[in-house]
Write a new protein. Sequence first.
Length: 295
Amino acid sequence: MSIQVWIDGEYYPKDQAKVSVFDHGLLYGDGVFEGIRSYHGKVFRLKQHVDRLYASAKAIWLEVPISKAEMSQRIEETVKINKLTDSYIRVLVTRGKGDLGLDPRKCPRPTIVIIADTIQLYPPEFYQKGLDVITAATPISHRENLNPRIKSLNYLGHILAKIEGIQAGVHEVVMLDPAGFVAECSGDNIFVINPPDHKSGGKKILRTPHANAGILKGVTRDAVIELAASGGYDVREELFTRYDLYTADEMFLTGTGAEIISVVKVDGRTIADGKPGPVTLDLLARFRELTKTGG
Ligand code: PXG
C-alpha cells in the first residue's frame, strides 16, 4: 500500500499528496520544517522537535494554526496509519497559498504537511570506517539575515556547500560562520574530543560549537550533550576553528538521519589514527539505547 500523507487534516496517497504552486513554501521557501525519527514505533524526542518547529515558526512570524498537542497527535497518528515502526518523519508548515508577491499577509492560512516514510541511512560501513569531509567555501548565513537556529525551508546555502562536497568526492562538508568559526555540516552538528586539560578534572573534553555560533541546535546534539555530561565527559559549548578539527583526538557528527557518525579526515588531514575513536563509539552505543525509550 502506498504511504498516506497528512495535508491540512486529510490523508492522501503519496502520488496524490500535492500542494499548490501558489504556496509560498514553494515560491519563496517561506516556511519551516522538522525531520524526526521513530524507533520501534516510538517517536524520538517528539516534544523537542515540536517545540523547535513552533519556535522556528514564531521567529518567521508564522502562526501554526493547530496546537502543539494536536500537532504531536497527528505526527504519531501518521506513523501509526502507515504501519511504520522505524520511520523518518518530515513535518512542514508553509506560509500557505498566496499571490505572486512576497507579502505574507496575502496568505490567509498556513499549509501543514506530515510525511512518514522509511528511512535512508548512511551505509553501515561508513560507521565502521568514518567519513572524509572538507570545509566548504560557502559560509552559513549571517544570523541577522536568516538565523541558522530557524529550521526554515531555505536550504540553498547548505545545498551549495553540499555540492562542493560532491564535486570534491567527499561524504560531507564543514560549514563556517561568516567570521570563520566552525559551525555545522550540511545536515549535521559537529563535535570534537580533546584530552583532559587543567580545568577538566581528569575528564576528556567534548566540544561543540555554541548554539549561537551559526548552527541549528540539533535535537541529536542536545541528546549527545546530555549523554556525555552524565557519562563523565567535560562538555563545552564554545567557538572553535578548523585548527581544532585538524588536531582533535576524535571528531563526529550528529543528526536525526546520521545519529552519531565518526569523521576521520578533514581537508586531507587524518584525525588521530584515522579510525572511529572510543568516545564516539561509546556515545553511539548509548544513543542507540536511548532511542529504545523514545528519548
Ligand atoms: N544542522 C542542520 C543544518 C540540519 O539540517 C542538523 C544540524 C541536525 O539536527 P537534528 O535535530 O536532526 O539532530 C540538521 C538536521 C538530510 C537532512 O537529508 C538532514 C537534516 C535536515 C534535512 C535533511 O540529511 N538535518
